[in-house]
Write a protein of this length. Sequence first.
Lengths: 216, 366
Amino acid sequence: MLSEPDVAAALRNSVITATLTMVVCLVFGSLAAYTLARLNMPRKNLLLGISVFSRMIPSMVLIIPMFLLMRAASLLDSYAALVIVYSAFLLPYVIWMLKNFFEQVPVALESAARMDGCTRLGALFRVMIPAAGPGVVATAVFAFIGAWNEFLFGLILTTRQVVPITVKISALVSSTFHSDTSLVAATGMLAIIPVVVLVIVLNRYIVRGLVEGVKM
Amino acid sequence: MSRVELRGLAKSFGPVQAVKDVTLEIPDHAFVTLLGPSGCGKTTTLNMLAGLEKVTRGEILVDGQTITDWAPHERGMAMVFQNYALYPHMDVYGNIAFALKLQKVPKADIDRRVRRVASALEVEKLLQRRISQLSGGQQQRVALARAMVKEPKVFLFDEPLSNLDAALRTRMRIEIKRLHQQLRATSVFVTHDQEEAMILSDYIAVMRDGEVVQYGRADEVYRKPNHIYVGTFIGKPRMSIMEGRLTVDGQTGGMAFSADGVRIAWAGVPGRPAKAMEVDVSLGIRAEDVKILAAGADGDGTMTGEVNLLEPLGSDTYVELANGKVSITARTEPDRGIGLGDKVVVQLARPKLHIFDGKTGARIEP
Ligand SMILES: Nc1ncnc2c1ncn2[C@@H]1O[C@H](COP(=O)(O)OP(=O)(O)OP(=O)(O)O)[C@@H](O)[C@H]1O
Ligand SMILES: [Mg+2]
C-alpha cells in the first residue's frame, strides 16, 4: 500500500502541513495568549471574544471566498495555503487554551526571570512556556490533530502537489469504479497511526496538561 | 551596598490607587522593612523599586542616580518571592545559575559561584534535584541562593517567610539576619508580621492604604509611635488603648485622665512646664509598662481593675484587667499569684504613656 506512491506522498503532505500548522499556531498563539494573559491592555476580553467568535462562521460559507483569495495570491495547491487557512481556523482555540495555561503560571515566576535578566519576550520563551510545558504540549497536539483531520479545505485548495491524506482516502473511494475497499480501509488505518503514536508518546504531558495545567 | 531613595512614589491600577505617596530614604547597608496589613501597597512599592511595575508618579534613586525607568536586571537588585518562584523546569543548579548564564559569565566562574553560595546556604547536596523534590524550607534556601549568587547591590524580599511553618520561619528569620550581617547589602523586606519586622530591621516603614504612616529606626517606631495606628500595629500583646478625656493643668503640670467613671491622675514634674489642655484622647500603654502594685496601694498614675483574663506564656503572664469599659493588659512574672476576679492596682508611669488625639489619632506630647 505504501508502494502506492500517491498514498505515501499524501501522508508526507499531511505530516508537513500539520507540523507547520502546529508551529505557526504555537508561535503566534503564545504571543497572543501571553498578551491576553499578562499585559495590561484595554478591551482584552473583547479581543478574545472576537477571535473565538470568528469560529462561529461555518467553514462552508468561507470556502469559495478562500478559494478565490488563494487563487488571487497564486497559492493554490501549496503548503502555504493549507497552513495559512488551518492556522487561521485553529488559532482562536490555541490562543484560548494557551491563555488559560499561561494564567496558571505564577506571575512571580516571570518577575523572577525578568529580575534575572530576561526581557518580557525572553521570559515568555525561557520560563513561561517551559513552566506551562504540559499545557503547551497538549495545545500543540490539539493543533496538529486539528490540521491532520481537516478535509474540506484540503479538498478545495489542493489539486496534485499537496493533497493531504484525508482527501486521498476519499479519492480512493470515489475515483475507482470498483473501490478497493481493503486499500481504503488500510489507508484509513495508516492515517490514524501518526496521531495515535503522538498521543501515546506524549500521553503523560497531555494528561498533565489537561488536568493540572502547570507543573510546579 | 547602596543608598536607595524613593521620592513621592505612586501607582494606580486603573481606578485603584495601590500606592499613593511613598517617600523613603534608605541608607547604605540598612535593613528596611515595609510593614503593614494586607492590601496596603507593600508589594506594589517593592515591585516599583525592582522595576517590575512601572511607576505612575515619583522617582527612584540609587546612590543619587535616577533609575526610575531602568529595566529590572539593570538595577543590580535581587528579589526573593513569597512562593519562592523557582523555575520548575530547571534543577536547583539551573535555577541558581540562570542569571549568570544570561549575563554570559564564563562557565567555570558560574560553577565556582554557584557552588560557593550553595554551600553557604547548605544546599550543595541538592544541586541536581528538581524543584518539585524540595521541601518548603529547602526551596527557601535555594531562592536565597539564587538571589545571592548575583551579588546584588540591593536585596528585596516579599514576605519570603510567610509560607513556612512557625519553627522554620523563626530559623530562617535568624538566617536572613545573619546573611545580612555578613553581606551588609542594603535590604528591603516586606512583611505584615510586626514581630518579624522588629527582629530583622534597622528601620521600619509602617504603611497604611498606600502611604507611609511612620518611618524610623525600629526601636523608635516601637517606643514613640507617631500615630495610634502604628502604636497598636507594632508590639505584642497589642498596646492597651483607653478612650477618654485628658486634662493638663498648665500651672502644676498635673495631668488627669477620666473615662467612664475611671480617673487616673499624675502629678506634674517640678521645673518642667506643661501646656494647659483639655482634649479627647486615646491613651495607650504597652503591657510591659504597666506595673502591678500590691493590693490597696496608691500613688501616681494608679487605677484599680478586676482581672478578667490570664495568659500565661511560661516566661511571663499577661494579665488583662477591666474597670468599667476601660481595659488594660499588664505583663507580670508568672508566679505573682494573681487569680481571675482579683482586684488589683496597676500603675501607669507617665513617661511611658502614649497619648493620641481622639479624632485624628496623631501623637500628642503634652
Ligand atoms: N495588578 C493589579 N491590578 C489591580 N489592582 C492591583 C494590582 N496589584 C495590586 N492591586 C491592588 O493594589 C493594592 C495593594 O496591593 P499590594 O499587592 O501592593 O498589597 P500588599 O500590601 O502587598 O498586600 P499583601 O500583604 O496581601 O501582599 C490592593 O488593593 C490590590 O488589590
Ligand atoms: Mg504583597
